[in-house]
Design a protein around this ligand. Structure first.
Ligand code: SAH
Length: 204
């Protein structure tokens, strides 16, 4: 599937019906999701691989990975309503994804989910709850040797320091994330947030 086709296909997916600010529920826009997925595909980290999406929300990253030929895809999401939407989204595109309702902080998760080859994630940036992204990074490093994550621009130093001894940033791709007015505290109709896609490699 071409990048443009993937982008247009992901555009069809439903978003959060009632987004919850405390969980930082922002659906990754299709162009950014497609860019992350295509980049991972070109690196050989999607096709034929077992892929896990942490904080899968309405499923855009997980479903995209399935459409690009992942062997299996598991999405982990704390909000049951989002899990329902994600399942309906997967049905719409006939994508084979297992969505699990679970907290990324649950210590039994790695055993339940088993190891995967690649983690993809757009975790909470920690704008509402400080350090909300840390359990995602921890889980990602436990689950897979390679992770693609979307972070706030300027997070590289933090991620580098936080993962020291456990992993390294193998690559950094810039991007932007147009956020539509979602919550009452938003003052503009659309705000562009600069982000970076980091490819993390676990230290063997
Ligand atoms: N991956 C989706 C959603 C990104 S928003 C996308 O790219 O569109 C971040 C997601 O993380 C939200 O769906 C939120 O509900 C989920 N989340 C927040 N804290 C979580 C936790 N502790 N465990 C699992 N999911 C969590």
């Amino acid at each position: 599937m071409k990048l443009k086709t993937l982008e247009m296909t992901l555009q069809r997916l439903a978003g959060f019906s009632r987004p919850r600010p405390s969980l930082e529920q922002y659906q990754t826009p299709a162009p950014l999701a497609a860019r992350l997925l295509y980049h991972a595909l070109m690196k050989g980290d999607i096709e034929g691989k077992n892929v896990c999406d942490l904080g899968s929300g309405t499923g855009v990253l997980a479903i995209g990975a399935a459409l690009l030929g992942a062997e299996s895809v598991t999405g982990i999401e704390i909000d049951e309503k989002a899990v329902e939407t994600a399942r309906a989204n997967a049905d719409l595109l006939e994508a084979d994804v297992e969505f699990i309702g679970a907290d990324a902080k649950d210590p039994s998760l790695p055993d339940r989910v088993g190891p995967c080859d690649t983690v993809i994630m757009n975790p909470p940036f920690g704008a509402q709850k400080v350090h909300a992204d840390r359990p995602f990074i921890d889980l990602a490093l436990r689950l897979a040797p390679v992770t693609y994550g979307i972070f706030n621009a300027g997070s590289t130093q933090f991620v580098k320091a936080y993962t020291e001894g456990r992993g390294e940033i193998a690559e950094r791709v810039g991007g932007s994330f147009p956020i539509k007015r979602t919550f009452a505290f938003h003052t503009k109709d659309v705000r562009e947030i600069e982000v970076e896609i980091l490819r993390l490699k676990r230290t063997p």
